[in-house]
Design a protein around this ligand. Structure first.
Ligand code: ADP
Length: 786
């Protein structure tokens, strides 16, 4: 006994038939009692020592746990964290096997994520997955959130872990928890039976919970990092998109410029050292391709287009991208590469090549290559998709550039053709006009009786010739006008014009047009209309055209010319001029055709009135050049009103200042006569350049290309006739109308030689102005009265 407790017993045995005496028993008891004291003390000592050892071990375990926890915090990736932790656990505690399992996204399975010790590779490469719940120690720990210990394992147990880890005899699975939530399991194995104590379990539980927090942090960090990476990539994509679209929108670009922009942007944003863009030379051939642009490639600027061409057969990767119209990635260290491609990469020292087709409507017209020489380059699916989207945009831009170029070439050709047409018309008109002038001039001369008396019959015939000539001249002038307008070459000579005056002067012409019909001419223009900036001759031409039409189609009744000041819809002042007649009127359907060139309501050969169908078309163009509109209001049987408007403020196309209409060269011995001409013609905005030395005339004419030349015939230093001939014979001056201003009266000879006008000195202001106006503007010239 010790301290009142029974501690143990000493057994003495006596031979059979004998027994100890009471004294012996007493003595023996006295001997044993101190012994039991010793035993008891010894026992206490052992117990103490054990406890100390135990706590020392626990302290060591805890210290290790703290160390592991310390080592596994910080910005490790999840995988680094797990493998570091499991290696430390395995090493420090000397386990036969240690592993960390994490619950997967479904929540139904735990999956091995890191292992140390026996079979680590095997289990990891298998990606061992166990169901949460029944079946395995790990599964139960994951489900229950309680540490599970099996200290008597035998290798026949049928979980996958134990068929691989054959020497496992004890296993402990510790749930990794954050609060009550299990996120995984720390699993440790020993090849001894009964190796795991609950104390060890407690220490590992602390460690497992610390690990759980670290895993959670690493996960959040990874999520944040992923979000950051994604944001970064989006930003990159945006930059690329922005740069490319910016660059491509500042069109028109040629394909080379586009290729330069695209390759540079691809290389910069996808951080690839080299980028090239090639284009199929011929869409039917599809084997020949030409380098259009490159970034990061040392290019030879002297290389011609032909030298930049190569066969797709020599570039198996581009070929594949072009053939399949889909992106191709070739990695040099990819085992699955064809021999051909491998060799290609080898020869060019390329680690990674991404080939992107430039596809238009599903078929490739070229390709972009992104080349990495030094290091292999990994492209995420997102990056490839982005690159493809951009390649498509580039393809469209290139296709547009090609179409634009085609259009430009076509337009240029058309423009050339158009210029040729205009030139041709101008030449033809001139060629036609020259003989016509003779026909008109001579018939007039004969009609006037200058060459002697003529019979009535001759007079009739000559009048017909004269009128037909005039008609033809008008027609030619119309065509010339129209071609000028269409070529955008019609220039207005704007000046301030008093509309009352203009209408009055036109009316005097109108009288001649209507005098054979019972038609009353009416004018309704209020006094004091503001002056208006217009090209006097052109607006006169329009007005006469309208009056002439009215006179042509109206058999009886009236023709009225009116003008009004009115305001436009957007409150600007304009003048509306209209010509109303009591003629046949025009149906609505026909009205739409009127203003088209060469269109007539009655185009049948049996129609009553002649005409070209050009007048209204030209008139409308002229009005529109002034910033005005032209239109018609009419009903069959109810007469017609043709009107046009003219803005009061000059529009942008008009110039406020009277623009010099051109230069006139005046050849005369007498300087003062020329000074007079200068004064006369200043009002028409013409600059008169005096020429007193006849020898200089032709040179000056080449230089100034004057709108007309006035020519004196009687000169001290030369013969005016000769000069007239020279002007008319030289191709560079023959177009220039010559106004003869002489004291001689040799009109016929002058017009024979090609003079446009003939004025007999002394010349009055009106005469010269009229003559100049006539040569500058033939179309407004009404058929002359004879
Ligand atoms: P042109 O008179 O030389 O044929 P225009 O362009 O001046 O050419 O006129 C085109 C057509 O418009 C005329 O042929 C005629 O059919 C019709 N037209 C023009 N003015 C009138 C009008 N005042 N009354 C009836 N028809 C007209």
């Amino acid at each position: 006994h010790s301290g009142g407790h029974w501690q143990g017993a000493v057994i003495y045995r006596w031979p059979a038939g004998t027994q100890p005496t009471a004294e012996t028993a007493y003595v023996l008891r006295r001997i044993i009692e101190p012994a039991s004291e010793v035993v008891s003390r010894r026992r206490a000592y052992i117990a103490q020592r054990q406890a100390r050892q135990e706590s020392e071990k626990r302290a060591l375990q805890l210290q290790t746990a703290a160390e592991i926890a310390r080592e596994t915090t910080g910005t490790l990736t999840l995988n680094d964290l797990l493998s570091r932790a499991v290696t430390l656990v395995g090493d420090r505690y000397g386990y036969y096997h240690a592993a960390i399992y994490l619950i997967d996204d479904t929540g139904f399975n735990v999956r091995i994520r890191a292992a140390a010790g026996a079979a680590q590779q095997e289990l990891l490469s298998q990606g061992l997955t166990l169901p949460v719940g029944a079946g395995s120690v790990v599964g139960i720990a994951a489900k229950s959130g309680e540490t599970q210990v099996n200290n008597q394992l035998i290798s026949t147990e049928q979980t996958p872990v134990h068929t691989i880890l054959k020497r496992t005899r004890s296993e402990m699975a510790i749930p990794m928890k954050i609060g009550a939530r299990v996120i995984g399991v720390l699993d440790v194995h020993s090849d001894h039976e009964d190796d795991f104590t609950s104390e060890e379990g407690q220490v590992l539980q602390i460690l497992a919970d610390q690990l759980a927090v670290a895993v959670d942090n690493a996960r959040s960090y990874e999520i944040a990092n992923q979000a950051f990476q994604q944001a970064r990539q989006r930003a990159q994509e945006m930059t690329l998109m922005f740069n490319v679209s910016q660059a491509l929108s500042s069109a028109p670009l040629n394909p080379e410029e586009i290729a330069a922009i695209i390759t540079e942007q691809f290389a910069r944003v996808l951080e690839v050292p080299q980028c090239t863009l090639s284009f199929l030379i011929n869409e039917d051939d599809r084997t020949l391709i030409r380098l259009l642009g490159a970034f990061g490639v040392i290019e030879n600027p002297d290389q011609s287009a032909e030298e930049r061409a190569f066969s797709l057969n020599d570039h198996p990767i581009l070929q594949k991208a072009v053939d399949t119209a889909s992106p191709i990635i070739a990695q040099k260290n990819d085992e699955g590469l064809s021999q051909h491609i491998k060799q290609f990469l080898q020869e060019r020292g390329i680690q990674t090549l991404l080939a992107l087709p430039l596809a238009v409507k599903g078929s490739a017209i070229g390709a972009i290559e992104l080349i990495s020489h030094q290091w292999p380059r990994y492209y995420s699916p997102d990056q490839v998709n982005l690159a493809m989207a951009l390649a498509n945009a580039a393809a469209v831009a290139l296709e547009n550039a090609r179409l634009y170029e085609e259009q430009r070439q076509t337009a240029e050709r058309l423009k050339e053709v158009d210029q040729l047409k205009t030139q041709f018309l101008a030449n033809m008109s001139h060629e036609l006009r020259t003989p016509l002038n003779s026909i008109i001039g001579f018939s007039r001369v004969i009609l006037k009786g200058i060459d002697g008396p003529i019979s009535e019959h001759q007079q009739q015939d000559l009048t017909a010739i004269y009128n037909s000539g005039q008609h033809l001249l008008n027609l030619i002038n119309d065509i010339l006008d129209l071609s000028k307008i269409e070529a955008g070459k019609m220039e207005l000579m704007v000046e301030n014009v008093n509309l009352n005056e203009l209408v009055n002067s036109v009316m005097s012409t109108a009288v001649g047009l209507t005098k054979e019909k019972p038609i009353q001419l009416l004018v309704d223009v209020p006094e004091g209309l503001p002056e208006i900036s217009i090209d006097r001759t052109r607006i006169r031409q329009v007005l006469i055209n309208l009056i002439a039409n009215a006179a042509k189609f109206t058999e009886a009744g009236y023709i009225k010319v009116s003008a009004r000041l009115q305001s436009t819809e957007d409150d600007r002042a304009e003048i509306r001029v209209s010509v109303t007649d009591s003629g046949p009127g025009i149906s609505l359907a026909d009205q739409s055709k009127l203003f088209k060139a060469f269109s007539q309501v009655d185009a049948s050969p049996t129609r009553k009135s002649g005409g070209t169908g050009l007048g209204l078309s030209i008139s409308r163009h002229l009005v529109e050049l002034h910033g005005g509109r032209m239109g018609v209001e009419s009903e069959p049987e109810a007469g017609s009103t043709f009107f046009f408007t003219l803005p009061l403020q000059a529009t942008a196309t008009l110039k406020n200042e009277p623009v010099p209409q051109g230069v006139i060269l005046s050849l005369d011995d007498n300087q003062q006569v020329i000074a007079l001409y200068q004064r006369y013609l200043k009002d028409l905005g013409l600059q008169v350049i005096p020429v007193t030395d006849p020898a200089e005339l032709l040179q000056l004419a080449f230089k100034y290309q004057p709108v007309a030349i006035t020519l004196d015939l009687v000169l001290s230093q030369a013969d005016g006739w000769k000069i007239l001939e020279q002007i008319k014979q030289h191709p560079d001056t023959s177009r220039i109308p010559v106004i003869v201003c002489s004291i001689l009266t040799e009109q016929s000879r002058a017009s024979q030689l090609g003079a446009a006008e003939y004025l007999v000195k002394p010349i009055l202001e009106d005469d010269l102005q009229a003559a100049v106006t006539r040569v500058l503007d033939h179309t407004s010239k009404p058929p002359q009265e004879i």
